[in-house]
Design a protein around this ligand. Structure first.
Ligand SMILES: Cc1ncc(COP(=O)(O)O)c(C=O)c1O
Length: 365
């Protein structure tokens, strides 16, 4: 077969362990998954009622333009409907952007560690990947600017960043955007934007009006609690959307995903409540870290990266044996840290007790 050279050594995405796998392996009845930054509070209660009423057809293709969802999101964000593109999760939008702009002879600039799919897609598309190490958890925007040259097509900015949970304040982000050449697309991944409480965070829709080379990506998978429906979207000026649309597969968002996302975005009271409960949950983890002298990055997301100063797989395995699936930092570029999704109050207590026990066992051994 004539596979592309660059994919022969590429590893497939490794998702976190499934609940059933862990149940079987440890003979446990109940497992709490705090590995993929889903919403522990689920989704708007209005969605269940809605699904019962769904009277659309599963036989016909879905609306390829996501018309009703588009109307709702455009009204919510106060942007034109033509400024939006809907995708099968943000993952697909990243793929579409990469496919539309990256190829051999071009390069792309991103932080490291950051969300893995920017690099992954760029490699598949044959572009050179320029990874700029984070500076104490933050994007090193100056170094990222310095890495841009005439062959750079895309710059990825993840704010808040996965896996650190750190964000870029408005001022440095604007200073950065002012300096990026206008023919380089800046992708601002805001998968966790709805969790942010920092007062110096930016308004990304305002930035889109200011910067013609910016696309913002958002998702219904995180705070909206609808990860399995696979709905993400991009916001940009019309010209960028028009350029990307031909690369989008025709029926990429499914009928139920469009249906529930359209309603979920209307329930902002639920989103606010989740954001507030998440802040309370983060405080539980901060207290645990401070009590035990463990380094963590203050988070603007629904996860926290904690450094245990030992092989992260040890922490991961121990906590899993106690019924909590978290994410080992090894695959995330932080080999001595674990990333934990903030759960409900009780889930947080449970995983913290397991981590306390891990530390005690380690101290004894
Ligand atoms: C920063 C970031 N971007 C994008 C995604 C992809 O989200 P989805 O494809 O579910 O919209 C994730 C998921 O973990 C993420 O953390």
């Amino acid at each position: 077969m004539k596979w592309k050279n660059q994919i022969t050594d590429l590893e497939a995405y490794k998702p976190g362990k499934t609940i059933d796998e862990v149940k079987k392996r440890f003979g446990l009845d109940s497992i709490v998954k705090l590995a993929s930054n889903e919403n522990p509070f689920g989704y708007s209660p209005k969605v269940d009622a809605l699904l019962e009423q769904f009277d659309g057809s599963y036989t016909l293709y879905p609306d390829g333009y996501a018309t009703y969802l588009r109307e709702e999101v455009a009204a919510f964000l106060n942007v034109d409907e033509k400024q939006l593109i809907f995708t099968n999760g943000t993952d697909e939008l990243i793929q579409i952007i990469s496919r539309a702009l990256l190829e051999e002879g071009k390069n792309t600039v991103m932080a490291t560690p950051t969300f893995s799919q920017y690099r992954h897609n760029a490699v598949v598309d044959g572009a050179e990947v320029r990874e700029i190490p984070l500076n104490n958890g933050d994007h090193d925007l100056e170094a990222m600017l310095a890495a841009i040259d005439e062959h750079t097509a895309v710059v990825w900015v993840c704010s808040p960043n996965n896996p650190t949970g750190t964000y870029i304040p408005k001022e440095p982000l604007e200073a950065f955007l002012n300096k990026v050449p206008k023919d380089v697309l800046v992708v601002l991944d805001e998968a966790y934007a709805e969790y942010v409480v920092a007062s110096d965070y930016y308004d990304s829709t305002a930035l889109i009006r200011q910067y013609s080379n910016l696309i913002v990506t958002r998702t219904f998978s995180k705070i909206y609690g609808l990860a399995s429906f696979r709905v993400g979207y991009g916001i940009a000026n019309e010209a960028i959307i028009q350029a990307l649309e031909p690369v989008r597969p025709p029926f990429n968002t499914n009928v139920l995903g469009q249906f529930v996302a359209k309603e979920a975005i209307k329930d902002q009271a639920f989103i606010k409540e989740c954001r507030e409960k998440n802040r309370e949950g983060l405080k539980q983890f901060y207290a645990f870290c401070e009590k035990n002298g463990l380094h963590y990055y203050p988070s603007q997301t629904n996860f926290i990266l904690i450094d245990f100063q030992c092989d992260s797989d040890e922490v991961f395995e121990y906590v899993m044996s106690r019924g909590y699936i978290i994410r080992s930092g090894k695959a995330l570029g932080f080999p001595t840290s674990v990333r934990i999704t903030v759960g409900t109050h009780d889930q947080n207590i449970g995983v913290i007790v397991a981590m306390e026990d891990f530390l005690q066992n380690k101290a004894r051994s």
